[in-house]
Design a protein. Structure first.
Lengths: 134, 134
DNA sequence: TGACAATATGCCAATATTGGCATATATTTG
DNA sequence: CAAATATATGCCAATATTGGCATATTGTCA
């Protein structure tokens, strides 16, 4: 019961909803720096939001060097039920911009791994262009 | 988006979850005094919880004399989707006791209407026995 | 009208949450 | 080892939420 309350509390925040929406819509693992480009808020805000979502058992993590990949924790029927509900329920247009920016950012992956780290504010599109020219 | 956050916030409290669970499981309208017997907390706590749930658009109300009947607001697809999700998701055993006590209390209805009002603490079973003897 | 009953709400102290900055930790690389 | 990078976290003031009591409001009925 406490855990149920904690889960809904974790979902009752705009940033955290925007984050979990990306994972659910794309069904992918993501690292903090990729989320920064999608959500456009400071690194510590992303980390804190992820920490709250992880404490609510929504996420698992996997370390790879200094990168930490977050992914949905699909190990329980409850979570799966919740995620598939949210996939339909979270249809706010605000999320679309996040999804677009995440798509952009993911074009910079190599072998499906994040390789560029934290990009200075506003430089994402510049870097994508650079990559295209190579 | 704000409204979505508000809805999850409304659900992130034990009392409010217990209340909405009763409405969802039973699919019925209920007045405050009936909820008092099911949830066993003070009247003002029930009223405040209902107010928060109503502001999140989860409930409609209907007045009948001094009684106020609350019922789920099923006017939006979003709410319906959420309610049917919750019906499966809220399976904590804590809820069972609430449901039992509500069943008890509802035996005191006449023509499917609440007629007894607020019952002094601990007198519910006594009153049910009395009614059975008549 | 007055007394009573069901429900709602204002107030306040205690507690919890947020947002932002600075800094810590851990890992990689030279 | 030192420098650099990705991520996490401690701290603190501002703000929001809770829990409880007292009281207000609304409607009924004699």
């Amino acid at each position: 019961m406490e855990k149920t309350v904690e889960k809904f509390k974790a979902l009752s925040d705009e940033t955290r909803l925007r984050i979990i929406n990306l994972f659910i819509k794309r069904d992918i693992n993501l690292c903090v720096c990729e989320l920064m480009d999608a959500i456009q808020i400071p690194q510590y805000s992303i980390s804190k939001a992820l920490n709250i979502l992880k404490n609510a058992d929504f996420f698992k993590t996997e370390k790879e060097g200094t990168w930490v990949y977050y992914q949905l924790n699909k190990d329980t029927p409850d979570n799966n039920s919740l995620f598939s509900f949210l996939k339909k329920y979270l249809n706010n247009s605000n999320f679309l911009d996040d999804e677009t920016r995440l798509n952009d950012r993911l074009t910079l992956r190599k072998n499906n791994r994040c390789v560029v780290g934290i990009i200075p504010e506003g430089d994402l599109l510049k870097m994508i262009k650079q990559k295209a020219e190579v």
